[in-house]
Ligand binder design. Structure first.
Ligand code: MLT
Length: 389
């Protein structure tokens, strides 16, 4: 047998695994030190009441003969797809149920979707961005080119007509920078994709953090997007499902064969998200669920403000945190990303994510997450002030 040699072209380990390994090495050498983790974007608030009640009810149903369920539809139960459909309809985006596919989260589908595309497509990825886009394409030996995101373009690269791309990734609100495209900017990307006959893979995992009503939360708010875009969303960050696992992917019928191909792929390689979890996810879209998750998002946004205020007081350049749970900062004293990571861990026992892990343009930057508890965020910022002011 021959192994997939493309794996040799990947970094030795996935960004967040490297961070976790470094932190656990530090922890074992310094067992008395309290480490505050503001690295990986993992939520800390528990699931909201509407969700846990629905989960309990579904567990009970599974223990009763008349309501027990075995295999479910691979693309998700109609009750959840209908809830997602209504959620989009509130923003005047009409979707057919057949266009909505329930997933176990955006990360898996962002990788799995590549099954539908030939290896010789050219992939355009913003830099810096969520590392899964690049890594999954390297695994398949696809050519990856980059759209530079930097301070000059407010971390929102725009299309360049002279560059030919077949698969385009967009993450808005952006992970890691927190930058959000407005409707006019997204329209330019849609026009570019249509002209190039390319597909946009739109990651909207952080859409719930958008507080400005004018900013688009779905690419389908842009005319023409259904003819060129697949959208991935997740309940991880919006409803605390990082450990519970549920999300949804929209593959519009206007994309032609791709919709049926995705169904074919999912029915072959996936057995669907558990019934119990889908009932919990359905509750996220109820009136009570929406109210409760908004409270949680506001809690994280207050943390983001605490982080931002502290960085301001330390004169550290930063963006994000307004429409996103992430704060993107320039490392002080021209430190490199991993250098600052070590410095913070050693001197303040605060963990963040090195910007260079998100791409070449992330070098010299650093990401902090607002997903910690309020107490830990306040404590971490106190420690930062002490060493950086
Ligand atoms: C992040 O911290 O960037 C995310 O938590 C990673 C993910 O969603 O997989």
């Amino acid at each position: 047998m021959n192994i997939n040699k493309n794996y040799k072209n990947l970094e030795q380990s996935y960004l967040f695994s490297t961070v976790a390994r470094k932190v656990s090495e530090f922890a074992s050498k310094n067992p008395d030190k309290k480490i505050i983790r503001l690295g990986i974007g993992d939520v800390t608030l528990p699931l909201c009441k509407a969700v846990t009640e629905a989960l309990h009810k579904a567990v009970d149903e599974m223990g009763v003969q008349s309501t027990f369920r075995g295999y479910g539809p691979e693309q998700g139960y109609d009750f959840l797809r209908t809830a997602v459909q209504k959620y989009y309809a509130k923003r005047n985006v009409e979707l057919n149920l057949d266009e909505i596919f329930i997933s176990d989260g955006a990360k898996s589908d962002l990788g799995n979707i590549l099954d539908l595309f030939d290896k010789d497509n050219t992939v355009l990825v913003p830099d810096p961005v969520y590392p899964v886009y690049v890594d999954t394409n390297i695994m398949n030996s696809r050519k990856v080119i980059f759209a530079d995101a930097n301070g000059d373009n407010c971390f929102l690269p725009m299309p360049d007509k002279n560059i030919k791309a077949d698969i385009i990734y967009i993450c808005s609100p952006n992970n890691p920078t927190g930058a959000v495209y407005n409707k006019e900017q997204l329209k330019e990307w849609v026009n570019y994709a249509l002209a190039q006959k390319a597909v946009i893979l739109f990651d909207s995992a952080y859409e719930c953090f958008i507080s400005d009503k004018e900013l688009p939360r779905s690419i389908y708010e842009i005319e023409g997007a259904k003819e060129c875009a697949i959208e991935f969303c997740s309940l991880s960050k919006t409803a605390g499902f990082t450990g519970t696992r549920c999300g949804y992917t929209i593959v519009p019928e206007a994309l032609g064969k791709l919709n049926k191909m995705w169904l074919r792929r999912q029915t072959t390689k996936f057995n669907g998200v558990p019934y119990i979890i889908q009932r919990g996810a359905e509750a996220v879209f109820s009136e009570e669920g929406q109210r409760e998750i908004k409270e949680n998002i506001n809690y994280y946004k207050e943390n983001a403000k605490v982080i931002s205020d502290t960085l301001k007081s330390c004169n550290i350049w930063h963006v994000g945190g307004k429409h996103s749970p992430y704060i993107w900062l320039r490392c002080p004293n021209n430190m490199k990303s991993w250098e600052f990571f070590d410095y913070l861990l050693e001197n303040a026992q605060v963990v963040g994510t090195p910007g260079s892990g998100f791409g070449r343009n992330g070098e010299g930057y650093f990401r902090l997450t607002s997903f910690g508890s309020k107490e830990n965020t306040l404590e971490a910022m106190k420690r930062l002030e002490k060493i950086l002011k």
